[in-house]
Design a binder for this molecule. Structure first.
Ligand code: PRX
Length: 635
């Protein structure tokens, strides 16, 4: 028998072995016993790693929302599916039952259809963390429209680039959003983005802040009257297993963001299975993931994973510091949260504040606490363990990526003994390998290498929207036949994995995955800038921060460097979003380059970190003298 839920270490090892020896049998069982299908598959998996061609549950027919909502109605109709906790604690929280969620998703699905959205069309969703974000996303899934949720912190030009890349015909946004003590003008940002997006013909606007907004005749409509007029009777679209469910953009090492495409059946099975096991979910648990639905963590573990398991999931509109630093702990007590899932950057920020904030709350409903998005350092791990988990709740340090759809390496609570800073063991179905520079697999334990996965799993992204070649090149070419994660890892003496960080030009800042190239492109557009290079350097709270080395044009203008630094950051903010701003900017007269013209980022990284030892071989540089100059001018 294949278990849906693993209960102890022995079962884990048994299931893991089975999933490696007989992956088809393993996933066949999980998929057929735990979901509702219109039609089952002819083949469990079909793949060609060299071509990056992967299909799961071939020719099966399914609808995601039937599995997330409809099938729970008979037994769990009155159960709360979503708890909405508003930004302002004095505003009442909402409890949306499965029955109400069904009604609201059906109405929204009908509105989409009436507005001309059809199966396969792309819809961009740019909303704050309010119930409508979940409902519109699910409504897309119900009618087979491909949702592209864009995090509502991205700037107008970043949204426009994402809308155009996937040719979205509709945008769903709101009049504004609340975040802490700020009100954000989302509709204004969308208006600006739309100046540049000919593919968009309709904009639906949710009322949240009641701010005055511009509504363009013939293009923009308030959503509520359309919902009021819509029927709550909706037939879900029958989707093929491999029909795209959503596109989610992630940064790459080169300029353009990558629209990762996740398809329906494999993603569904993987999100559900990993949610159940990694969070040891039981009926009546209240699950809270503090991510934004605009990131993969929110897709898989606020929305799909919990709803597929008939769970209660919390949607939190606010921030950890508003009205004060006890907000997270207050919400846990208020809603009797049993699983809490957040990011190391939030833990570090809260650990800096007085312990009183957390100690005034009895967090005894908690059973499991989780971490995601970046390596969790030892100090943060212990603070989390001591003060939030009270040394009682296992910490699941979950390693995964936008591309992987769900968690790949993580302890299972009450099953896998945890070890600070270690993501520990792969989930069933996941075959990690460490590779050396010569592309050989490194055997044995106590070794370090580039982390690859050598067999596909159901949740892996299938392609990059509109650019399969780039997908192949980015993930399947560095180590032929394997999926390359872009991360480095070590395997300890018992086979536990610890993720050491990116080995490419992506920097994780406050848990946000930022490619350095698009930031450099943004800076280089400033009229005073000739060239730039960005690297990451360690930061107490953010994990990493960005350090920019900037060469100015020789016009002699822009003497006021302080002002210029501000303008450069403003430029980044406009083009990408405030999350990509630089912490430090150093103006330099040149950058260390190889004879082929490539910037030696390794050296810049060392300088930014303040580590002047061991620059490695600089004799191959075209301009070795620049290293000393940059070192001396470090900010
Ligand atoms: O470097 C790894 C880091 O985040 C990257 C993926 O970022 P993104 O696609 O935005 O997805 C984040 C949420 C799943 C990874 O390549 N990362 C994620 N989780 C961990 C991590 N690094 C160390 N430990 C983790 N638990």
């Amino acid at each position: 028998m294949t278990r849906y839920k693993i209960n102890n270490l022995e079962e884990y090892f048994k299931d893991y072995k089975k999933s490696v020896r007989e992956p088809k049998k393993f996933w066949d069982k999980i998929a057929s016993e735990n979901f509702t299908w219109y039609q089952e598959w002819e083949k469990v998996v079909d793949f060609n790693m060299a071509e990056a061609d992967i299909k799961w549950f071939v020719n099966a027919k399914v609808n995601m929302t039937k599995n997330c909502i409809d099938r729970h109605l008979a037994k769990k109709g009155d159960k709360t599916a979503i708890i909405f906790e508003p930004n302002d604690p004095s505003e009442e929280a909402l409890h949306i039952s499965y029955t109400e969620l069904h009604e609201r998703v059906c109405k929204m699905a009908n509105v989409l259809r009436e507005q001309g959205v059809q199966k396969g069309d792309r819809v961009c969703i740019y909303l704050p963390m309010i119930p409508e974000l979940a409902i519109t996303t699910l409504a897309c899934a119900r009618i087979g429209a491909v949702h592209s949720v864009v995090f509502a912190g991205f700037s107008a030009s970043a949204v426009a680039a994402r809308i155009n890349d996937s040719d979205c015909k509709m945008i769903i946004t709101s009049d504004g959003g609340y975040r802490g003590n700020k009100t954000i003008d989302l509709k204004g940002i969308i208006d600006e983005a739309l100046a540049d997006t000919p593919c968009v013909t309709a904009v639906l606007v949710v009322k949240r802040t009641n701010s005055a907004v511009n509504m363009q005749e013939g293009r923009d409509q308030w959503l509520q009257p359309l919902l009021d007029a819509a029927s709550d009777n909706n037939t879900a679209e029958i989707m093929d297993a491999e029909d795209p469910l959503f596109i989610l953009y992630t940064s790459g090492s080169t300029g353009k963001p990558k629209g990762m495409v996740h398809t329906t059946a494999g993603y569904m099975v993987y999100a559900a299975y990993t949610f159940k096991n990694v969070f040891s979910y039981e009926d009546n648990d209240i699950f809270w993931c503090t991510a934004d639905i605009g990131w993969i963590t929110g897709h898989s573990y606020i929305l799909y994973g919990p709803l597929l398991n008939g769970a209660t999931t919390v949607i939190f509109e606010g921030v950890p510091s508003y009205p004060d630093y006890s907000r997270f702990w207050e919400v846990i007590v208020k809603h009797k949260v049993t699983q809490f899932y957040t990011a190391p950057t939030a833990i570090r920020a809260l650990a800096k504040e007085s312990l009183d904030y957390v100690q005034k709350y009895q967090l005894d409903t908690l059973k499991v606490i989780g971490s995601v998005g970046e390596p969790i350092n030892e100090e943060a791990w212990h603070w989390y363990n001591d003060h939030v988990g009270n040394k009682r709740c296992p910490i699941v340090d979950t390693w995964w990526q936008t591309e992987t759809g769900g968690i790949l390496i993580s302890p299972l609570p009450f099953v896998t003994p945890t070890k600070p800073t270690y993501a520990t063991l792969p989930l069933p179905g996941i075959q990690p390998v460490l590779m050396d520079e010569k592309r050989n697999e490194i055997e044995g334990n106590q070794v370090v290498g580039s982390l690859c996965i050598k067999f596909p799993w159901p949740g892996i992204a299938r392609t990059i929207w509109g650019d399969h070649e780039r997908y192949k090149e980015t993930y399947f070419s560095a180590f032929p036949g394997k999926y390359f994660t872009g991360d480095g890892a070590l395997r300890d003496e018992v086979g536990y994995y610890r993720i050491t960080g990116r080995v490419d030009d992506v920097v994780i800042v406050s848990g946000h995955n930022l490619g350095t190239a698009p930031i450099e492109d943004a800076i280089n557009e400033h009229p005073a800038v000739a060239e730039s290079a960005i690297v990451g350097f360690p930061h107490d709270i953010k994990g990493n921060a960005l350090y920019g080395f900037v060469i100015l044009k020789e016009t002699g203008e822009y003497r006021d460097r302080e002002n210029l630094s501000k303008e450069i950051n403003q430029q980044i903010s406009n083009q990408i979003g405030p999350i990509a701003k630089l912490d430090k900017i150093q103006f330099v007269s040149g950058l260390p380059k190889t004879r082929s013209g490539k910037i030696m980022r390794r050296i810049l990284r060392k300088i930014a970190e303040g580590d002047y030892s061991n620059f490695g071989d600089t004799s191959t540089l075209l301009n070795p003298e620049i290293v000393e100059e940059i070192k001396n001018g470090k900010v």
